[in-house]
Ligand binder design. Structure first.
Ligand code: SAM
Ligand code: SF4
Length: 485
């Protein structure tokens, strides 16, 4: 490791901050326990599988042995039942809505050398760059003009994109307005931070902080990561530290394709269980399951022996839905449109659209592979995505109300676990969808979307809520914006 990077690492990594979270000096991923649970629960009894499905349908979080049973299911008819159960759970918790957002890559300088990532330091085929304030404003305007209200801002790990840079760029994102449009929630995907740095981001008002563990398997983790990211525990406890710092909503994830998919699903569940046990029942706000995609000059991404095919992908998404019924699940544009449509129907709750994953590429209106982290599978515009979803009966939500009303962390989980969050989600989805149709949609999308608004309005169970939403819709028609429950 270069001396300058080693110095930077010593300033970043504070192992003592993990210690309060360890269990007698050990972390919460017990590789042999997970392997053993997967081995002893092979060829599961259909009766047991159905009992576990019933437990999930009551919105109970599953235990590791129960997840192992589902993961080992060999009967395609039972898998079909699980897909249907995943969708039922989704309806029960969140209703017929999908939240949308856009990724915004802010800086692609990186000191790390993750074997699978186009942005790894050794990759000389990538054009390194970082947005200035003016460039960032241009990106935000381009996104706002598409209709986006929620962002995930993404940063490589580098002294040039330290916490102060991240905080400044978030402030610019919130401050940049265009016509009726503005960004109302900024989530972040960046490197693990120390507690003091998380507090800086809490104070600028971030939504969710996401860190993906990539692989929970200790040995594989060590093989694919070098430089700062080689510290498994610093990453594993990154979101414990974020919560300790007062960031209420955190997002976990595993990069599928690095190791055995069943092990990774068990890892995500173990992570959820540990967060819940240490933070009064509050687990991750979202779970992500990116799948390894080709990247410029990155052969590993296509050669890993653990790549996951489409049908296995649908299974793993379904098991995650059943394991943690009340948590948001994100399917990104890494996946092709057909795959996204499939997994929306087994329980995903959020997707990105019109995505560009190069630095500066929204305002330049060009796809430049030399600035991209990997290659995208779904290049539909936001308008096309929304229309396709509307034709499938899903209303697209731009809602940011929970975060702005303080319904985060414990408060959000309390409502979600009781299966009551949809009482707020559906009205807010209808209201923000209406804004989109008025301000940004093509005539075809308006034709697909308007009947859905009426249908979902009629389906709201509470007559008083229906009346209030109807009145708000009239106010939006008359020009008001940003109305929510
Ligand atoms: N540098 C930060 C970090 O590593 O935490 C930001 C993350 S990176 C820009 C966002 C995520 O992209 C990573 O956590 C990883 O899961 C995912 N990723 C990296 N290479 C990928 C690839 N070839 N295909 C799909 N996803 C990839
Ligand atoms: Fe850097 Fe993140 Fe890519 Fe690793 S995954 S090389 S840390 S940008």
């Amino acid at each position: 490791m270069l001396a300058a990077v080693a110095k930077w690492r010593d300033n970043v990594i504070k192992p003592e901050e993990n210690e309060p979270f360890l269990n007698k000096g050990r972390d919460f991923i017990n590789d042999s326990l997970i392997e053993n649970l997967l081995a002893v629960n092979q060829h599961p009894d259909p009766v047991r599988i159905r009992e576990i499905m019933a437990k999930a349908l009551e919105l109970n979080r599953l235990e590791l042995d129960e997840a192992a049973v589902l993961l080992n299911c060999e009967d395609e008819e039972l898998w079909e039942e699980m897909y249907r159960t995943g969708l039922q759970i989704k309806h029960k918790v969140y209703g017929r809505r999908i939240v949308t957002f856009a990724p915004l890559y802010v800086s692609n300088y990186c000191v790390n050398n993750c074997t699978y990532c186009g942005y790894r330091a050794e990759n000389k085929h990538i054009h390194r760059t970082q947005l200035s304030k003016e460039e960032l404003e241009a990106e935000i305007r381009a996104l706002v003009n598409l209709g986006h209200k929620r962002l995930i801002m993404v940063y490589g790990e580098h002294p040039k994109s330290d916490v102060d840079y991240i905080a400044e760029t978030i402030k610019v994102a919130y401050a940049t307005k265009e016509g009726n449009g503005e960004i109302r929630r900024v989530n972040v995907n960046a490197a693990p931070l120390k507690i003091a740095d998380y507090k800086v981001l809490r104070d600028v008002g971030i939504g969710t902080y996401q860190v993906f563990q990539e692989t929970y398997h200790h040995h594989t983790y060590q093989q694919v990561h070098r430089s700062i990211k080689a510290d498994y525990r610093w990453r594993l406890y990154s979101l414990h530290r974020a919560m300790e710092a007062g960031i209420d909503d955190v997002g976990i994830g595993a990069l599928f394709g690095l190791y055995d998919w069943k092990f990774e699903v068990m890892g995500l569940l173990a992570h959820t269980i540990d967060l819940e046990s240490k933070f009064g029942g509050v687990g991750p706000h979202t779970i992500s399951f990116p799948r390894l995609q080709p990247a410029v000059n990155t052969p590993f991404a296509e050669q890993s022996p653990y790549l996951v095919d489409d049908s296995t992908f649908k299974k793993l998404v379904t098991v995650i839905r059943l394991c943690v019924p009340y948590t948001g699940m994100i399917i990104t544009a890494r996946e092709r449109a057909e795959v996204r449509n499939e997994v929306v129907n087994v329980g995903c709750t959020q997707l990105d659209a019109s995505s560009n994953i190069g630095v500066g590429t929204y305002s330049q209106k060009e796809v430049d592979y030399s600035k991209q982290q990997f290659i995208l599978g779904d290049t539909r515009t936001l308008d096309e995505t929304i229309r396709d979803l509307a034709e499938m009966g899903w209303i697209t939500s731009f809602c940011t109300a929970d975060y702005r009303c303080g319904r985060t962390g414990e408060c959000f989980m309390g409502i979600a676990k009781k299966g009551k969050i949809h009482n707020l989600c559906m009205p807010n989805a209808i209201l923000t969808f209406k804004e989109y149709l008025l301000d940004y949609a093509s005539p075809e999308t308006v034709r697909a979307g308007e009947p859905l608004i009426e249908k979902e309005l009629q389906a709201l169970p509470n007559p008083e809520v229906r009346r209030v939403v109807r009145e708000m819709l009239d106010r939006i028609e008359a020009g008001e914006r940003d109305l929510f429950l």
